[in-house]
Design a protein around this ligand. Sequence first.
Ligand code: ADP
Ligand code: ZN
Length: 298
Amino acid sequence: MSKLFGGIEAGGTKFVCAVGTGPDDIRAETRFPTTTPEETIGRSIAFFQEQIKTHGDLAAIGIAAFGPLDPNPQSPTFGYITTTPKPGWANTDFAGAMNAVLGVPVGFDTDVNGAALGEWQWGAAQGLDTFIYLTIGTGIGGGAMVNGKMLHGLVHPEMGHITLPHNWQKDPYNGRCPYHGDCLEGMASGPAIEDRWQKKGQDLPSDHPAWELEAHYLALALRSFICTLSPQRIIMGGGVMEQPQLFPLVRQKTLDYLNGYVQSPAILQGIDSYIVPPGLGNRAGVLGAIALGQQAVH
Ligand code: ADP
Ligand code: ZN
C-alpha cells in the first residue's frame, strides 16, 4: 500500500486540508475559513490527528500557502509566513507548528508553486521541465518549474507584481496594489475587475468590454514571462479564468504581442495547448499541497 500524505491548501480566505496519495485517492478532506493563525493551524492539526487515528501514520505533510513566505530549508525562518499584510499572520512559524505536534516532515512552498507541482505530477504539465502556473483570483501569482526544479531564487517569484504599459486614456483606472498601484495584480486581479466596473467578474456578461481589457493585460504579462523564463507551457487558473471566453482572447493577444519573435511551433502552431487551464481544475491547490508533502520525503 502506498504511503499516505497530508496536504494543506492555505489560502487567505479558506484552508483546505486533505489526506491521500493523489487525485484518485483522497481519503478525507475538510475546509474552513482562515481566521487567526492559532485557530486555523489548530484546526488543521486536529484534522490530521483525527485522520491518523483512522488511516494510520502520514509519511509527510505539504503546505501550499499564501505569502510572502520562506521556502528555503536552509534558512532559520524556513516554513514561516513572513511579511504578509494579512492581520495576525506575519512571522508565523507554520511548518514548525505542524512538525512540532505531528512529528512528520513538512514540505512548504507558495500556493502557486504547490499547484505547479501538482500539475506536473498529475495535470497539464506532465513530462515538462520548464513551465509556469498562474492564478488570477483575489491576487495574481505565479509558480514556476525551471529545468525540473521549483523556482525559488532569492525568496520566491512575485509574477503578479510586474509593471505593464498603462494607457491611461484607454483605461483610467488607477490600480489597487497597495505597493505598486497599477502593477499586473493591481490592474487585472478579480478585485481590480470589480473596482473598475463596479461589478464582480462573475456577474459581468461574457461579451462585456472588461474581458478584452483583461485579456490585454494578461497577454502583456505572458509575453514578459515567455521572454524571461521560456516556459514550455503556461497554465492559468483562479476564479477569473473561469470565464471561458478569456482563453481564446489571451491566446490571440499573446501571439499578437509576441509578434512572431519567439520562433517555436509550440507557440506558433500549438497555442491552444500552450496556454491552458489547470488539468486538475480547482483541485490543483490541494493536490499540489499533497505533492509538496511527497516531495519533502523524496
Ligand atoms: P482566491 O484567489 O481567494 O483563492 P479565486 O481564485 O476564486 O479565490 O478568486 C476570487 C476572485 O475571482 C474574486 O475577485 C472573484 O470576483 C473572481 N471570480 C470568481 N469566479 C469568477 C468567475 N466565474 N468569473 C470571473 N471572476 C470570478
Ligand atoms: Zn503590486
